[in-house]
Design a protein around this ligand. Structure first.
Ligand SMILES: Cc1ncc(COP(=O)(O)OP(=O)(O)O)c(N)n1
Ligand SMILES: Cc1ncsc1CCOP(=O)(O)O
Length: 519
């Protein structure tokens, strides 16, 4: 029975590669096992095989795929589809024109095309492709890539274009560098309001596995399980600054005192001590460890992970990325502090690697760092921000990055701006004295990460962190015993401690000083 193309399940699309099959197996056993494990579509991709053998392989594979009612598509070759009776074809942008493919294969054939941009989507739509292979999403060793990476942001752009312009439903399967650990993030970060990718196409994660059944099963589980970090929609009362938001801030600080969350810091040597002391003062349990081998154990304990690249070593990005992936899998919230992101190529590459390889619930940086993440010219020297523009333009930076990353972004400064892309708040608490102690921005990261450990709504958690830290600074600077930056730093920790104590006693007067507005 030929396949009904309106009913295809695109969830897990296997693209074969004969050179990857481990010794002792063969393509037929491998594909059968992968289908049993959960593959829902198979594409036979033979780049070096002679036509006769290609057709023979296609015919034999078709017998297997038919047993499981799974479509078999052929890579690039119309003649092989015709000769084997396979269900359809996948072509690239530089292969045969889609209208010719359709004319040759007929209306029932399943015809897919590779798409990596709006321009290429237009070609697919004009040729009435049945589905798009969307990618390459990420880098891969499977094939020498000649086109730019699409990333989750590019995937979203194409999905949104299709949604608005195709005029018919086009399932999109993402391809390129997809592994167990990045599937949930791919689905989450690439979705538009109403359109998501329909599935993922995989070569190496299944073809190079010695256990294709298990590999497919595990990939399918990741596809079917929503990302643990998907935020719930914000409560309507927390859409704008107001009494509900202020009450929530006090609840967050009280919760920290009650729960004592563990905050795993992979952070810089300059700020470490202040960060640890601020964590203890607010009621968290800090662990300062750059050892990725501990990340799995630490992620199991409820808390948060803070990544700060201030004094990163050459090996730090690997350890941090490992910890990030473990935290993502465990659903542990992650705060990224991209210290000095625009200052050196190493820092740029490190941060780009984190954003491509994992999901950071919150990114906190000064204006120059956030500009660098957006690829804008950074007004940065070293790790200091040299330039501060208006709150409105900083709000624009925060919401643009938050929309791109589908997370919460804090642009720290005299006025901290917090945005999740929909809501943007300005927090005007704090004191200029914070600029005279090293690690004050990093320690704001600690306080925000601690709030995120106990609060689901990460945007509100970030606002809470900015408020409590800013008010602690305002109180500290007013103290008689504060004579300058040295005594201020100690007093800052003390005031965080005192605010936490007041919350514990039910005295919430401190929060009356909160200065939160909408941007
Ligand atoms: C599902 C899917 N998407 C994309 C591709 C890549 O096809 P193409 O651009 O033609 O490159 P080659 O596969 O020919 O190297 C694909 N094969 N499958
Ligand atoms: C065929 C193809 N087209 C774009 S990326 C790619 C290879 C994907 O392979 P892998 O799943 O091993 O990254």
């Amino acid at each position: 029975m030929p396949i009904d193309k309106s009913k295809i399940d695109w969830s897990l699309y296997l693209v074969t590669d004969p050179d990857m099959i481990p010794e002792g197996s063969d393509i037929y056993t491998h594909v059968r096992e992968a289908i049993k494990g959960g593959c829902t579509v198979v594409q036979l991709r033979e780049k070096k095989t002679d036509t006769g053998l290609f057709v023979e392989k296609a015919k034999k594979l078709l017998e297997i795929t038919r047993e499981y009612n799974v479509p078999l598509l052929i890579n690039d070759r119309v003649d092989v589809v015709l000769a084997s009776g396979a269900d359809g074809i996948h072509v690239g942008q530089d292969d045969m024109d889609l209208k010719d493919v359709r004319r040759l294969l007929g209306p029932d054939a399943i015809i897919g095309i590779s798409v990596g941009s709006i321009k290429e989507a237009k070609v697919g739509i004009a040729g009435r492709a049945d589905y798009f292979g969307l990618g390459p999403i990420w880098d891969t060793n499977t094939k020498k890539l000649t086109k730019p990476l699409v990333g989750t942001m590019g995937a979203r752009t194409v999905l949104s274009y299709i949604e608005q312009n195709a005029g018919y439903e086009i399932p999109c399967v993402a391809i390129g560098g997809i592994k167990d650990y990045n599937i949930q993030r791919l689905f989450f970060q690439s979705r538009t309001g109403t359109k998501s990718i329909s599935g993922i196409a995989i070569v190496s994660a299944i073809m190079a596995s010695t256990t294709p059944y298990d590999a497919a099963k595990s990939l399918l589980t990741s596809i079917k399980t929503p990302a643990p970090f998907i935020p719930s929609p914000p409560s309507p009362s927390l859409l704008h600054p107001g009494d509900a938001l202020i009450t929530k801030i006090t609840q967050i600080i009280t919760q920290i005192g009650k729960k004592g969350p563990l905050v795993h810091h992979m952070t810089n040597n300059v700020a470490k001590n202040l960060q640890a002391n601020a964590s203890l003062a607010i009621g968290a349990s800090p662990i300062m460890s750059e050892n990725a081998l501990e990340a799995a154990d630490l992620a199991k304990i409820n808390g948060a992970l803070l990544l700060n690249i201030g004094t990163a070593h050459p090996e730090s990005p690997v350890a941090m990325l490992e910890a990030l992936r473990i935290a993502n899998t465990a659903g542990t919230p992650v705060l990224l502090d991209p210290v000095g992101a625009g200052a050196t190529q190493f820092r740029k590459d490190t941060v780009a690697g984190f954003l491509a390889g994992g999901y950071c619930d919150i990114i906190k940086g000064n204006e120059a760092e956030i500009r660098a993440l957006l690829g804008l010219s950074a007004h940065a020297r070293g790790v200091d921000s040299l330039h501060s523009s208006s709150s409105a333009s900083r709000a624009e930076l925060a919401s643009t990055l938050a929309r791109r990353e589908q997370n919460t972004v804090v642009v720290s400064g005299a006025v901290d701006v917090v945005s999740d892309g929909e809501r943007t708040f300005c927090v005007s608490n704090g004191d200029a004295m914070l600029g005279f102690i090293t690690g004050s921005g990093c320690t704001l990261g600690t306080v925000i990460a601690t709030c995120a450990a106990v609060e689901e709504d990460k945007c509100v958690a970030a606002v809470a962190g900015c408020v409590v830290y800013g008010i602690a600074a305002e109180r500290a600077v007013k103290r008689d015993d504060v004579k300058g930056p040295g005594t201020f730093q100690t007093a800052l920790v003390d005031e965080i401690w005192r605010i936490r104590g007041e919350c514990g006693e039910g005295n919430l007067d401190w929060v009356k000083g909160a200065k939160v507005t909408s941007a």
